[in-house]
Design a protein around this ligand. Structure first.
Ligand code: SF4
Length: 377
């Protein structure tokens, strides 16, 4: 089987993407967080016009799945204040912000100013994005982005082109203009076939002015568990049950929901550790599993995926698993150690690959699949 086509654009609120279970409508949290009352409204929209499932994406966005009435969702997002004024501004506001703020909220302040300069940016490819990661040690070094605003090794600020080991040292008042200047350099020098900064740097040297200062070390990876005055929750399978999230928000009395890459969100309220829908410690085996909505949410699936994932989780022994309702593989594009692909009510097993790759074994019942996982070396 061949890899399903990877699109050169990202779904947004204005421009949803069709998936096997309906439209996907992506909401980009402004400055990396959404007030809890607006998240409640988003959950209500998902329950009314979607299938009640919200995805937390790798770029820390929230997306509604299974949407049937796109216009009703757009109207609802507008009423909640979660919709950009135009599709163009939504596409340009491709900014991921450090999830854990320092005492001065430097990343949030910079991202806020960057948003006011979006109109000054040149035309950029749809997936071109900014990473604002300037609250001490870098939290977003693994997050995809093209222009990075980070802490320098000497504790100042740098603007760095992704793919370069060095960045431009800047002051807080210079940082946004420097990021815009780097975006303009990309726009003026890039071959139209290349859409990201790192591959561009493979053939085009970065001017010396953009590459003088080293970045700070990375912070330890954020994992589910307690933080200072907050709690980080993991999202098994990257998929949030809207009803469960409403309950969590109500019980925790959180004021805001902050979004992090790697399927983690942070609430500033009381820690709630007894809800099965959320991972509250780093050793929850479900954090190594990707699973699409499967049956009955998606008409293309002949198997349930999330229930199967719960059953298979104890058999993984640290391996990553992608369990996909069909060979399309909506939940995850990258390779995993084990892939279980639904077909005609049973599972095909792929090793070290993708749902669309040639399976090692076909037609396994769920209990047989669990046995096979135990036998894998
Ligand atoms: S991968 Fe899952 S969500 Fe996507 S079409 Fe197949 S069954 Fe549906």
């Amino acid at each position: 089987m061949s890899d399903p086509q990877v699109k050169g654009w990202c779904p947004g609120a204005y421009r949803p993407m069709m998936s096997g279970d309906g439209l996907i409508v992506r909401v980009r949290p402004r400055l990396g967080s959404i007030p809890a009352d607006k998240v409640q409204g988003l959950c209500d929209l998902s329950l009314t016009h979607g299938n009640g499932i919200l995805d937390l994406t790798n770029r820390a966005n929230l997306q509604m799945r299974g949407v049937r009435d796109h216009q009703a969702v757009l109207d609802g997002l507008w009423d909640l204040g979660l919709l950009d004024p135009t599709p163009e501004l939504e596409q340009r506001r491709n900014i991921i912000v450090a999830p854990v703020c320092g005492p001065h909220h430097v990343s949030i302040a910079i991202a806020d100013r960057l948003i006011t300069k979006l109109n000054a940016l040149p035309d950029l490819p749809a997936k071109f994005g900014f990473v604002v990661d300037a609250d001490g040690p870098r939290q977003l070094s693994a997050a995809s982005g093209d222009i990075r605003i980070e802490t320098s090794v000497s504790g100042g600020l740098i603007v760095r082109a992704d793919g370069s080991d060095l960045g431009q040292a800047v002051t807080e008042s210079e940082v946004v203009n420097a990021a815009v200047a780097l975006a303009r350099w990309f726009n003026e020098t890039v071959n139209p076939d290349i859409r990201r900064m790192a591959p561009h740097l493979e053939t085009t040297p970065l001017p010396h002015c953009f590459a003088r200062e080293t970045f700070a070390p990375s912070a330890p990876a954020l994992t589910p568990g307690p933080l200072t005055n907050a709690f980080a929750y993991g999202v098994p399978f990257g998929s949030i049950d809207a009803l469960a999230l409403k309950t969590l928000l109500t019980r925790s009395k959180a004021g805001h929901m902050r979004f992090a890459p790697n399927r983690i969100f942070i609430l500033d309220g009381a820690a709630i550790t007894d809800m099965q829908a959320f991972a509250t410690s780093a050793d929850d085996p479900r954090l190594n599993i990707h699973a699409c909505p499967g049956a009955p949410a998606c008409a293309s699936a002949s198997v349930t995926t999330r229930d199967a994932a719960d059953i298979l989780a104890p058999h993984l022994k640290g391996r990553s698993l992608h369990i996909s309702g069909c060979a399309k593989g909506c939940a995850h594009r990258a390779s995993t150690d084990v892939v279980a692909v639904g077909r005609d009510g049973a599972f095909d097993l792929v090793r070290n690959g993708h749902p669309w790759d040639e399976p090692l074994q076909r037609g396994l019942a769920l209990d047989r699949l669990a046995d096979e996982l135990e036998l894998l070396t």
